[in-house]
Design a protein around this ligand. Structure first.
Ligand SMILES: Cc1ncc(COP(=O)(O)O)c(C=O)c1O
Length: 383
């Protein structure tokens, strides 16, 4: 049977291939975007795990928007205005998929930064969106290009990750957030704010979300994958009621609802007195790992490489002199370190500037130091 035309255009995921190779025990992987398993708050989940055995009602079919006690908790937790609705999704990736299917017809324009989150490019590619990218600066998206793209393409939406971007780690400044919100309001573009790394700030003060400046023109995606566990597969979408209702309709057809026992488990975790301390402990672990990776890269990499400092998230982006980064990644893998080459994060891979994405959350200090030694040796001989 022939596969659908929309799917024929989607390239096989290079990341999946490299992650498979990176499972080799001789390879140190800086390639994935995995949280450290040791941070999963299993102890804090134990009281609710025990209670689940006496809660047959959560093993029944549930409502599509989510488990009601969790929904009411989330409304308060995120201080949502009355006009806004919240919905639980099977990971924030499903939220993204539902948004694309509810709102994008083939040929509709979606604006993204370049580079951008690979999973978002896949989702928008599958609904045959016209993906238009604008460049990213260290302050956030290039605002002149953004405004020009709004005027020229009249896009339906602008998708972005303002807090600790995947793959670059860039965190938008306050001024950028305000300006983007103003442009979205002015040009009637909906801002899709994807915020899975927001809580992983280990330096400085949290900034307001972009959507706080344009609540009627935005949909927010949140995730518990990085601060609880990705295996729970729980994300949250919120926005004004008229934006969320169509998503509920599509989710009904997709999976009826997300797992209710997992939603109850998450609620127990969020209500646990020690949950805030748990997030603090993740932040300090990742801060220490980040500092190790950053300082080793500074010491060992050739000066022609530019290393982006970050205040949170999971990634460091290293810009390189122009070269074939796929070939480089392949050679590095052979020397025992897995990294992700920049072209996979660009819809137009051929014109991608050379860079590597390095993850610092899933390797320990010794592994990070050894990985940089291998990386530096590999780079010196390759460049
Ligand atoms: C920017 C971004 N959005 C969404 C996701 C998907 O997260 P989830 O596990 O909640 O589906 C990821 C996962 O890495 C991500 O990096």
């Amino acid at each position: 049977m022939e596969i659908a035309r929309a799917l024929q255009q989607v390239k096989s995921s290079y990341i999946r291939e490299i992650l498979a190779a990176a499972c080799d025990k001789n390879v140190i992987s800086l390639a994935g975007g995995l949280p450290d398993e040791s941070t999963f708050p299993i102890d804090l989940m134990k009281p609710m795990l025990n209670s689940l055995a006496t809660m047959p009602e959560v093993f029944q079919y549930g409502s599509t928007a989510g488990y009601t006690p969790l929904l009411s908790f989330l409304r308060d937790y995120y201080q949502l205005p009355d006009s806004h609705q919240v919905m639980v999704t099977t990971g924030s990736q499903q939220g993204l998929d539902l948004i694309a299917r509810a709102y994008i017809d083939p040929g509709d324009t979606v604006i993204m930064e370049a580079p951008s989150y690979l999973g978002a490019m896949q989702v928008f590619g599958l609904v045959q969106a016209n993906l238009v990218t604008i460049s990213q600066t260290e302050l956030g998206p290039n605002l002149t290009e953004l405004e020009r793209s709004f005027v020229e393409y009249k896009p339906k939406m602008f998708y972005a990750v303002p807090d600790f971007h995947n793959p670059t780690g860039v965190c938008w400044t306050l001024e950028t957030r305000q300006k983007v919100a103003q442009l979205c309001q002015q040009h009637e573009v909906t801002f899709i704010e994807d915020a899975p790394y927001r809580e992983l700030r280990f330096e400085g003060q949290a900034l307001p979300m972009v959507s706080e400046f344009c609540p009627q023109h935005s949909i927010v995606l949140r995730s518990f994958s990085k601060i609880a566990s990705p295996g729970l597969r729980i994300g949250v979408v919120s926005g004004k009621q008229s934006f969320i209702e169509p998503l509920i309709k599509i989710k009904q057809g997709a999976d009826l609802h997300s797992s209710v026992p997992m939603q109850a488990l998450l609620l127990g975790l969020l209500q646990h007195d020690d949950f805030p301390a748990h997030i603090e402990s993740i932040r300090s672990l990742y801060k220490a790992r980040y500092e190790t990776l950053y300082s080793e890269l500074k010491q060992q990499l050739p000066t022609s490489c530019e290393i982006n400092a970050v205040d949170g998230g999971m990634f460091i982006w290293v810009s390189l002199p122009q070269c074939d980064t796929f070939e480089l990644a392949k050679q590095l893998l052979a020397t025992g370190v897995a990294v992700v080459p920049s072209p996979v994060f660009y819809p137009e891979a051929e014109s991608a500037p050379a860079a590597l994405r390095l993850n610092f959350t899933n390797a320990n200090q010794q592994e990070l130091i050894e990985a940089v030694t291998r990386l530096a040796q590999g780079l010196k001989s390759f460049l």
